[in-house]
Structure formats: C-alpha cells, structure tokens
Design a protein around this ligand. Structure first.
Ligand code: ADP
Ligand code: MG
Ligand code: ZN
Length: 624
C-alpha cells in the first residue's frame, strides 16, 4: 500500500475535523467508522445518543468525490443538521415536505450543479420522479441512513417508507457506499437493518454504551413535584428536560411549575402542531430553560447544552430511558439524569401498554409475543429503579456490555446504605406463596400478609391462609420491598405473563429453615425521606465547578450572554454558535489571539472567522 496516500488521507481527515467541526480529536469509534467508509466499505454503526454519529458520515461526505444523501426521519432533525452544517461552513440542503414545489426544484437544480456535498432527504421523497431524476444524473458517493432502526418493525419508531430505501439505491446507476446509524438496535433490529439495506460485507460496530459525563440517579419519592421544583430552582441557569409518562402528567407538572414561578415549555402529541413547534423552538433557542414533555419530544433535538434530564415517571423500557436520558450532555460536559420513581409508575406503565395503539396491527400470535416482550422490558426497567447496584453498570449490562468496577458517578455508588434484617417477613412470604398453591401475584400476597380485609382477599379465601395478617405491623411498601428483594436474590420468581404470578424457587426453602439471614439494603436518605440533596451529587458538583475559578465562572456567564446575542443576530440556536464545552474551554485557556482561539475545542476556521473576534474581545476585557 502506498504510504504517501495514507498519510495525506490522514492529514485531510484531521484537517477537515478541525476546519469544519473545530475538534482536534475523534471520539470513541468515530475514526474507525470514517476510515471504513473512506475505504469504500458499507457500515452499520450502533452508537449511543450523543456519541457523535453525525460526524461519522458528515466528515467522509466532505472527503468523498460526490454527494452524500442522508435519509433522516424527521423534518426538524434535518433542518437542525443542515443549519449546523451551514454554520460550520459546509454547503448542505434538505428536501422534504416543508419545501414548496419550486423550492424543491431550485434546491435540486443547485444540487445538480454541485453546490452541496450533503443532502438530507425524507424517505418518502426518494422515489419521487424529480428526486430520482436528479439522483440518476448526479454522482452519489454515499447513501447514509440515520436513525436506521426506523427500518425495522421491531424497532420502536418503525417507518414504512424506510423500507423503500433499498429500491431507491437500486435505481442508481452506480452503487454508492451505504452507511447506517442508530442508537438503539437489538440483535433483531440489527439483522433487519442489514437485510433491508442489503449491506455488502459491512463493517459493523457497536461502540461503548457508556456516557461518562452523565451522572445517573434514582430517587424514590412521594413528593415528586416538590423535588422536581427544587431541582429546577437549583439549576436555574441550565437547560433541562423533564419527561412525564402521560399528556395529563405533562400538563399538571407544567402548571405546577408555572405556579411556582418557573417559566417552562411543554410538549406532547395532544397539542397543535404550531404550539409544539413554538415550544420546541423556544427551548432550542434558550428562550425557555425547562421543557416538560412526553416521549414525543426529543427525536428532533440535537441541542448540545441540555444539562439535565429528569424523569418524573419511570419509562417503559431501558431503551427508552437511555435514549431520553442520553439527550443530556451531548457536548460531553457533566450532566445529570435523575429518575423519580414510585411503584405507582409500574401501574401507569402497565395501563399504557395495555392500551397501546400499535398492538392492533398484530395478529394474535404475534401480539402475545410482543406483549410478553414489552412486559419483560418493563420489568427490567423496574429492576433499574430498585437496584442497589451501580446504576451505570446496570445500564451497560442491559445493553450487553461488560461492566467492571462501580462507576463512582451514580447515586448508588455515592450514597450510603443501611441494612435491616427481614428474615421473618421473607419466611412468611414463602409460607404464604406455598400454601396458596403459587397462584397469585405480589398484590395478593402482600395484602394477605398485611391482613387486609378486602373482597379480593375474601373471595380467594386468602383470609384463611396461615400467613394471613402475620406481618400486619409492616407497611405495604415494606412488604413489597421484601418481595422485590427476594425476586432479585432468586428466592422467588415471577411468571412473565400478564398476571406475573409469584413462584417458589429451589432457594426458597433456605429462608424457611432459617439457613440464611435475609437483609434488605436501604439508602439512608430514603429512610428519612429528606428532601435535601444527596451528598454525592453536591460533592460532584463542586468538583465540576472547581475547574473554573470565581473569575472564570463570571467570564463563562458573560460568554454565555454573548453567545445568546450572536445567535439572535443570526437566528440560529445558541448551541450552534458554540457549545457549553467550547465556552468552558475558552474560560480555561483564555485565548488572546486568533491562533489561540483556533486551539479551543469546537472553534474551527469558519467559527473563528465568524465569531472569534467578538469572543476574544470579551476575554481580553475580562483578563485586563
Ligand atoms: P448522535 O447523533 O450520536 O446522538 P450527534 O452527532 O448529534 O450525536 O453529536 C453529539 C454532539 O457531539 C454534537 O454536539 C457534536 O458536535 C459533538 N461531537 C461529535 N464529535 C465530536 C468530537 N470528535 N469531539 C467533540 N465533540 C464532538
Ligand atoms: Mg443523531
Ligand atoms: Zn455507579
């Protein structure tokens, strides 16, 4: 192989990275993917949200001879990306239903004349005569499929028009390189992507799912609203998203925050398209800091300075959770993901699953399978909410990664625990489950131990059970906690059908014979039900701020204000002018010249030309 070529290619790659994107180094996985694409190989890359997938196809797109066509599922996503590219000095355009006929014609005309290196297109547009005509006469080097899981029926956002991408590609005179990207893909979805796009000996990669800059926390709380309010209040300067399970939940929390004097936005599918659009833009342009939303919000959001994502309810799956939480800290700066859990969330979620619209499309057999899968996902999610183990490891293991030591950056790693002996209660649970013939679920068993006098209990004669009322001194929550821990430790198991019946295991006996102590671990704070911040978090926060001196912090605020001004002038979102990370880097490096400004992470040629002088001025003033 010719070494010279290799070297110059490397130069081009690094130079492009700096000039257009302003970065000096690649993130994990990026370089390899880019190399593979440049060598002409198809790629399927699974990388977590915020890992930097766009760069993996945008950078090679700039180095390849022809045009790259990017298929993307959402108009807002396309607009966002094209805007960001133009900001970075890359000519790009989009073709979707937001353009009029004549605008489309104009864009394609410009495209045909070689104006754009990258064209984003909605999947429905690919096979329109106009686009086909353009595509067949242009030199298309690569077709990129972003959010590629949309191609699979098994994915969560199936888009039928995605399945037509291959037939579009087959119309092209020359087969381009095909690259596909997604954040969530199970084995099955991955296979679907490979097959539906007919990838040829693709380079497949699943990069680490860990997002080191994210702090994870689960809080069990009754007074969730008050806690969320306090959190938002304590982070007034930061952008954040609060996810709720239902539209009603969104409206309630939104009003609660408004009444508490916090101007938030809201977003859910029950709002008009205009209202949603406005809300989303207010958030992106930093006109409001807080967004209260259902999971309908977020797919089109690449806002890099989201500093926290709170979950007011437990989501339906780890896939959902990690995707939503992953919207925090895309810029790589520390960000927090906190889930406020209450056992009630499981009930809400079961109801949501029961009434799930998409269920109607399936045949009986398939339906049963999908329901079981959904319930299993929910169970795993519940496990995350209740585990005492390292939360990050719990996530990584779920996504099939090896987890080693405790991470030291999640609430379970940082909080202190206390243990209580619950051997008696556990033994009674075993007795109760055994004597009723292993026929009932958690609620019935808990109710029996508590000695509840309800119709349900009487009708099933559980009031005659020898264990009836044997633990009446405990709270309902405590008994559930005992059962949950027994499940986690393998002293009980639960059937996976809808009724989730409790069954004994070969270990259950050990508890009856008193062979084993049964201990439950508690977070100290939880027991006291205090509202105060956890030790770990405030400790960590200090660390993050310690990087900047008092003066540095002041400068950061000034630069942030300047960023807002500049963004307004150009009508782009502030994070497109400069990310939080870029501003922070300016505060540490304190560049005084243009050359020094170019060293700042995120400041490429174009950015320095456009904004460098203004930022330099502020920094010079501050350093005087
Ligand atoms: P994804 O599509 O994987 O969710 P994005 O492509 O939106 O992630 O990238 C997330 C953020 O990471 C963006 O703000 C982007 O500018 C930034 N980013 C990407 N690559 C790098 C890099 N090599 N160095 C620093 N920041 C990067
Ligand atoms: Mg993306
Ligand atoms: Zn941890």
């Amino acid at each position: 192989m010719n070494l010279k070529v290799k070297e110059s290619e490397l130069m081009d790659k690094m130079k492009t990275l700096k000039t257009y994107f302003g970065y000096d180094t690649f993130r994990l996985g990026q370089e390899e993917i880019i190399d593979q694409i440049l060598s002409g190989r198809d790629v399927l890359a699974v990388m977590p949200t915020g890992a930097g997938k766009s760069l993996c196809y945008q950078l090679p797109a700039l180095l390849m001879p022809g045009i790259t066509v990017v298929v993307s599922p959402l108009i807002s996503l396309m607009m966002d990306q094209v805007k960001a590219l133009n900001e970075a000095g890359v000519h790009a355009a989009y073709i979707n239903s937001s353009l009029t006929e004549s605008q489309t014609a104009k864009a394609l005309e410009l495209a045909a004349s070689g104006r754009y290196k990258i064209i984003y297109v909605a999947p429905e547009r690919l096979e329109t005569p106009r686009f086909l005509d353009f595509a067949c006469h242009a030199e298309i080097s690569m077709v990129t499929v972003d959010e590629a899981h949309c191609i699979s029926q098994w994915g969560q956002d199936f888009r039928p028009s995605y399945t037509r991408i291959l037939s579009f590609i087959r119309c092209l005179p020359m087969r381009p390189v095909i690259s596909a990207f997604t954040a969530t893909a199970t084995e099955r979805v991955r296979e679907d992507i490979l097959a539906s796009l007919d990838l040829e000996k693709p380079f497949e990669t699943v990069t680490g799912f860990d997002r080191e800059n994210l702090y994870f926390e689960v809080q069990r709380a009754r007074d969730k609203k008050a806690r969320v309010h306090k959190y938002v209040e304590d982070h007034r300067e930061d952008s954040g998203i609060i996810y709720c399970a239902t539209r009603k939940g969104v409206d309630e929390l939104y009003l609660y925050l408004e009444n508490a004097g916090i101007s938030a936005g809201r977003y859910h599918a029950g709002m008009s398209a205009d209202a949603r659009k406005k809300s989303q833009e207010d958030f992106i342009y930093d006109r409001i800091r807080v967004m209260v939303a259902t999971n309908a919000f977020g797919m089109g959001i690449d806002k890099s300075n989201v500093r926290y994502v709170l979950h007011f309810n437990m989501p339906q799956s780890m896939e959902n959770y990690y995707q939503e939480a992953g919207r925090a800290g895309r810029d790589g700066e520390p960000a927090e993901c906190i889930l406020y859990y209450s056992p009630q969330d499981t009930v809400i979620n079961r109801m949501l699953l029961e009434s799930k619209e998409s269920y109607r499309e399936y045949a009986e057999e398939e339906l049963r399978l999908i329901r079981t899968q959904d319930m299993e996902r929910l169970r795993k999610m519940e496990e995350y909410c209740t585990t005492m183990k390292c939360l990050r490891n719990c996530i990584l293991i779920y996504f099939g990664e090896q987890a080693e030591e405790r991470c030291g950056n999640c609430s379970n790693c940082l909080e202190e625990f206390e243990e209580t002996d619950m051997s008696d209660a556990a033994a009674d649970v075993v007795r109760c489950v055994r004597s009723c013939g292993q026929r009932y679920g958690v609620n019935m068993i808990a109710g029996t131990l508590l000695g509840e006098n309800t119709a349900k209990i009487r009708n099933s004669r559980m009031d005659q059970n020898p264990a009836y009322g044997s633990q009446s001194k405990l709270s309902r929550e405590m008994i559930r906690e005992v059962i949950r821990n027994m499940l986690e430790q393998g002293y009980l198991r639960q059937t996976t059908d809808r009724y989730a019946v409790l069954k004994l295991t070969e270990r259950s006996e050990e508890l009856l014979k008193g062979e084993r102590e049964f201990l439950i671990r508690y977070k100290k704070e939880e027991k006291q039900e205090s509202i105060g911040k956890s030790k770990g978090r405030s400790g960590r926060k200090q660390e993050q701020n310690a990087e900047l001196t008092e003066k540095g912090k002041e400068l950061f605020e000034e630069l942030r204000a300047l960023r807002m001004q500049l963004a307004k002038k150009r009508s782009v979102p502030p994070y497109m002018v400069a990310s939080d990370r870029t501003l922070r880097d300016m505060c540490t490096r304190l560049p005084l010249t243009r050359e020094e400004m170019l060293e700042v992470s995120g400041m490429g040629e174009k950015k320095v030309k456009q904004y460098g002088e203004q930022f330099l001025k502020k920094i010079r003033e501050a350093s005087d």
